[in-house]
Design a protein around this ligand. Structure first.
Ligand code: ATP
Ligand code: MG
Length: 165
């Protein structure tokens, strides 16, 4: 198993989070998964919405991106890839994951997953973990990124991320 790489960057405002999502968006391909971690209100949906809107806008598309809090999953297509935005907070168990078709989506779509701890040991091994941690400064988050899959070296290159711990 390759070792875990940790990177981080402060996000001073919601707009900074939007910019990180916008820069990452065009680099993603089907089969990529981002596990969005952090407490309630950390900005997981904010990040996912910005990323999905950027993917759609790049293809001249625009769509409402509601939070999947109650539907568990919202799906989008930008013509290049299917995009799944999942919020597993209200997941009842692994049977729900089967029913949603999430296992297949991990292979075939770009997946953005809030509350991925609900997946237990079943979270995709090749995923990027992105934790948004509130800091003492209002409106600021520390983004902590970690991954094992070497493919993320390229995906994250040049984004101004620092070595994390
Ligand atoms: N630096 C920041 N990055 C992202 N959002 C921020 C930041 N600072 C403040 N916010 C605000 O925090 C809120 C984040 O809400 P959001 O719904 O994205 O949280 P969430 O992590 O998805 O919560 P939940 O666990 O309930 O789904 C938004 O109102 C956003 O404007
Ligand atoms: Mg959310």
């Amino acid at each position: 198993m390759p070792e875990l790489t940790h990177l981080q960057t402060p996000l001073a405002s919601p707009e900074a989070t939007t910019r990180l999502a916008q820069r990452l968006a065009p680099r993603l391909v089907a089969g990529d998964c981002i596990l969005l971690q952090g407490p309630i209100g950390a900005g997981k949906s904010h990040f996912a919405r910005a990323l999905i809107e950027a993917r759609l806008a790049a293809q001249g598309l625009s769509e409402e991106v509601p939070s999947p809090t109650f539907t568990l999953v919202q799906t989008y297509g930008d013509g290049l890839a299917e995009i799944w935005h999942a919020d597993l907070y209200r997941l009842n168990g692994p049977a729900d994951i089967d029913e949603l078709g999430l296992w297949e989506a991990f292979d075939s779509a770009i997946c953005l997953v809030e509350w991925p701890d609900r997946l237990g040991a079943y979270a995709p091994q090749n995923a990027l973990s992105l934790e948004l941690a509130p800091t003492a400064k209002p409106g600021e988050r520390m983004a902590r990124l970690s991954y094992c899959a070497p493919v993320w070296h390229d995906r994250l290159k040049g984004l101004g991320l620092q070595d994390g711990d």
